[in-house]
Design a binder for this molecule. Structure first.
Ligand SMILES: [Zn+2]
Length: 184
């Protein structure tokens, strides 16, 4: 390996350490000649994490748009053991916290920087936060459960561009979830 190759390899290793393998490999393909690539897909960069404690095994279930009787599924299900820790995906404010027949115990948090709302449903017990509370990334939000209309403990997770059921629009969260999953 020549000197330049060593430097490139070292840089890739450093990026892997900083941001996770997903970024480092994505970067190798996409840098502008002589310029710098912007490794951040979102305004707040890497201050985001996967919504379930990432040390817990989890697998993806029903996705966005899956049929749910008359309605379609507005989120992504992620199965993990009952009681697994849920965390705030980004710095956010608690907008709603409640219980509903379909969602069970749920909580909605809003990121002002991202202009997105994130909804967590089927929590084992009411979220240990209060409406209006400011959360930092990774802050405890409750536990994976099966309250409401849920078969098996899982997190039902929604991402809305704009405000949740107040003019916003639900988007498919799977790509974002997989991204967070790759480094957090
Ligand atoms: Zn669901």
């Amino acid at each position: 390996m020549n000197r330049a190759a060593y430097i490139v390899a070292g840089l890739a290793a450093a990026l892997t350490l900083m941001f996770g393998a997903g970024v480092a490999s994505a970067q190798t393909g996409g840098s502008a000649p002589g310029g710098t690539t912007t490794p951040t897909p979102t305004p707040s960069g890497y201050s985001q994490v996967f919504p379930i404690d990432s040390s817990v095994p989890h697998k993806y279930g029903g996705g966005f748009g899956a049929s749910r009787g008359k309605r379609s599924h507005r989120g992504q299900d992620v199965f993990a053991a009952c009681g697994s820790m849920l965390v705030a995906v980004a710095p956010a404010r608690v907008i709603y916290r409640g219980r509903q027949s379909a969602a069970g115990n749920y909580v909605v948090i809003r990121s002002k920087a991202l202009r997105q709302d994130f909804m967590y449903a089927h929590l084992q017990s009411p979220a240990p936060v209060r409406k209006g509370q400011i959360l930092s990334t990774g802050q405890f939000l409750g536990a994976v459960g099966d309250t409401g209309n849920a078969r098996g403990c899982h997190l039902h997770f929604e991402i809305w561009t704009g405000k949740w059921y107040r003019g916003g629009r639900a988007i498919d969260p799977l790509t974002t979830l997989r991204w967070w999953d790759s480094y957090s």
